[in-house]
Every structure is written in structure tokens, then in C-alpha cells.
Design a protein. Sequence first.
Length: 282
Amino acid sequence: MIIDGHQHFWDPARADYPWMDAPELAPIRRAFGPADLAPLLRANGIDASIVVQCRSALEETEEFLRIAHATPSVIGVVGWADLTDAALGDTLDRLRASPGGEKLVGIRHQVHDEPDPDWLLREDVQRGLSAVFARDLAYDVLGRTRELPAAIASAKAFPQARFVLDHAAKPPIADGGSAEWSDRIKALAACGNVWCKISGLATEAVWNDWDAGRLFPFVEHAATCFGEDRLIFGSDWPVCLLAGSYGKIKGALEACLAKLGPGVREKAFGANAKAAYRLAVA
């Protein structure tokens, strides 16, 4: 099974997405749903996908579970729930008992939008992470270089848990990279219980001036640090449309991974997502 480990659905006419207010995001400020994604999956040889949180609202998680229940190709939902809520465990149990709840595989929050770079280390957040992991769910880390020390400390605090780093922590590709990003990625990978999504990289480059060659050093560094068993392909559709079509994004990442060896590419496009999210699929 070929899996897109990271994609989104949204409708700005029905809900508020504060991160989408920037003028340069106007091209994607419209509705995107399963009917829009389905032909792209077919055209690019993708069998299934994991839909990922877009806004800090429990209603969105509930909606995604309903979509997953009605859409066989959506095999996992990484939703949002309030990690600071003392009743988080009850909320997660209710979500898992709802239609589509068996497809809830992880929780995510926009950590890089929090003023405090150590937000993950707050006592109430750590308590929330405990509730997530007690239910055998993964936690998706949405952060940049600034937030990686807290992610490293959290991965060490929960050595038996599963963390998934989104977008390889958004490396500064347009600026040529940074030693700080490289060093912190290496330290996070050393924890052993963290997977890394090779996703969202084209939109960290110059949108109209990138190719697989520009992305490759960052993919290669992630592969060197995480190894072939902990890399996950994700399109980041429809955010990726700012920098290129679904096919262009998939082709570029496939080319990068293929340069690292057939085993790397094959596992990143399926087996590693199954392991990270404990997906109940063949």
C-alpha cells in the first residue's frame, strides 16, 4: 500500500483558519475535500492517505473522523484536542467511540504558533501527552528549529511513546539551511522514538524556484539521522499547491528518496507510516 502520510481538508467558508490570512496564501483559500483529492491519488499511484489537523478545534477532529468513516482511502486521522484540558482522556475516549473513531491515530497542535518555545514542556501539556500515549496514539510535532529542544526533551520523557515530526521541522531551505536545524534534527532522531515526515519542503523553498536538487540535501540529512525505517512521505496537499502540483511534489520527493536507495523510498511511501501510526491496513 502506497500512503500519503500528510494531507489536509478545509473550507474557509465554514470555519476560521487564522494561519491562512496572509495574502500570499490566497490561492489555497478555498474549499478542498475528499472529492478534490481522490483523482490526484489515482493519478499518482497513491492508495490511501492520512488527513491531518488544520485548526485548533475539536469540531474539526469530529468532522475528519466522519469523513474517514465515509472515505475508505482515508485510513488515518491526526486530529486536534486540547492537551491542556484535564479531561482530555475522556475527550479522546469519546472521539474513539464515535463513527470513524477507530481511524484516530494521532493528535497535533500548532506548537510553532505558541509564544513560548517550551510550550510542550508545560506541566499541563505533558499531562495531556500522557493521556494521548496512554491510548496508544501518536503525537505529531508541528514545530520549527526553535521548538526542537522541547520536542527532544518530550521524546526523552516518554521513551515508549511515538512522536512524528511534521515537515522535517520546516528547514530554512529558501535561506540555504542552518547548522542549528541540522544539529537539532540529529539530536531529535537520536531519541529513537521519533519518525520524520518528508513533507512540506517545497513550500519552505522559494516557491517558483526549486527542484528536487534543492530539496535533496535536507532529505539526505533527515535520512542520515532517522534512517530508512523512520522517514514518511507526505504531500502536504493542498498547502503544497503554493509551490507546485501534487504530481510535482510527489515526483520530487520520490526522486530524492530514490537517490538514497530503493529501500528508503519503498518504506517511506508506506511501511513507515503504518508503523508510526499503528495503521490497521494490509
